[in-house]
Design a protein around this ligand. Structure first.
Ligand code: SF4
Length: 363
């Protein structure tokens, strides 16, 4: 099975914390989709496709008519399995009954909604367009359509408190989300919000509070039937995102569009992040290419395995890291940042909080 990623970089506004290559110039959408179609046309035909993911940007900003052209080209070029997972990212303000009907007609069966918070003051602080009421309406409408839902939530937002965060989490659970992605605000200092924080105009919740709330969220969600399966992801039975799992298990995927990454035949490559250049040059718009050497493969196996709650098989860890891996595991088990999961070792919630630093000891 093979996976496809399609990047649609257009957004309503540029959120103040967002470091991604996005565009608010919707007049470029048609030209962009033409470039995307050229890139798909030029791709080698892959084996059967098990997952397709439309990410962004905000794919829900792109009209159903344009999406229809992209889907038609994908179906001409690839054999998309009947039971494939077809996901689209959407922002609440774009979720209308027409959009839902259009996505369903294209075969979309999973909608990932960028909620971030159910508190209007927190949403305003990061310049999101929607409010609590609009988010709830959108979630209910998608759920009523029968498509699976993911809700993206954020921890560490300006003004966020224990009470407001727990209320956001409880609201998400009460709305029946099958999948939650919980991201900690990782602020790039060059973003407008990063500059405001740097100048002392905006204060963020302190790191200890964020850490406590993250660990608390893991327990709270588990009690509600949403088990953690990756550092930031939680799902009810049968709701795990198959597409993201492909990334974490080093499955092959082909990415199309601005800045999109691919991993095929042991090689990683990526397109330019310059919108003008992509539109003009696609399908010849790559600006990164590497053939993974033994050391990169080793690092990826560690990094991708340990970000999952199923962890990395102990024998594999020892194979990858030798004596250092044995000592690292002993330290982790003793200090409580690792635990055993069957024959594997995995981070505990406290371990996930310092996982980058801890894994770097093995690189
Ligand atoms: S909607 Fe998402 S991708 Fe677009 S600017 Fe906001 S955070 Fe960035």
């Amino acid at each position: 099975m093979f996976s496809l990623y399609l990047h649609l970089p257009f957004c309503h506004t540029h959120c103040t914390y967002c470091p991604f290559a996005i565009s608010t110039d919707l007049s470029q959408q048609e030209a962009y989709v033409e470039a995307l179609l050229r890139e798909i046309e030029a791709a080698p035909r892959g084996s059967a496709v098990g997952t397709v993911y439309f990410g962004g940007g905000t794919p829900s900003r792109t009209s159903v008519a344009l999406l229809e052209r992209v889907f038609a080209r994908l179906r001409e070029r690839f054999a998309i399995a009947d039971d494939a997972e077809l996901s689209i990212e959407a922002n609440p303000e774009d979720v209308t009954s027409d959009a839902i009907e259009g996505w369903r007609a294209l075969g979309v069966n999973r909608v990932s909604i960028g909620v971030q918070s159910f508190h209007d003051d927190e949403l305003r602080a990061i310049a999101r367009v929607h409010d609590r009421v609009r988010a709830i309406e959108a979630i209910r409408a998608v759920a009523a359509s029968g498509m699976r839902t993911n809700l993206d939530l954020m921890l560490g937002l300006p003004g966020q408190t224990s009470e407001s965060f727990r209320e956001t989490l409880d609201t998400a659970v009460d709305l029946g989300a099958g999948h939650l992605s919980l991201y900690m605000l990782d602020l790039d200092e060059k973003t407008p919000l990063g500059v405001q924080v740097e100048r002392g105009r905006v204060t963020l919740p302190d790191d200890d509070l964020v850490a406590t709330l993250y660990v608390d969220a893991i327990e709270r969600l588990a009690r509600a039937g949403l088990a953690q399966y990756e550092i930031s992801n939680f799902a009810r039975d049968g709701e795990i995102c198959r597409h993201n799992l492909r990334y974490w298990t080093r499955g092959e995927y082909h990415g199309f569009g601005l800045g999109a990454h691919s991993f095929i035949g042991g090689e990683r490559f990526a397109n330019t992040r310059d919108l003008r250049r992509y539109i003009d040059a696609a399908p010849h718009a790559r600006d990164f290419h590497e053939t993974l050497g033994a050391d990169e493969v080793r690092r990826e196996a560690i990094f991708l395995g340990l970000r999952q709650t199923s962890g990395l098989h102990y024998a594999r860890l020892v194979e990858l890291c030798g004596q250092e891996g044995i000592e690292w595991t002993e330290r982790g088990l003793k200090d409580g940042w690792l635990h055993r999961v069957g024959g594997s070792v995995a981070f505990t919630p406290a371990g996930f909080l310092q996982s980058n630093e801890l894994m770097s000891q093995l690189f």
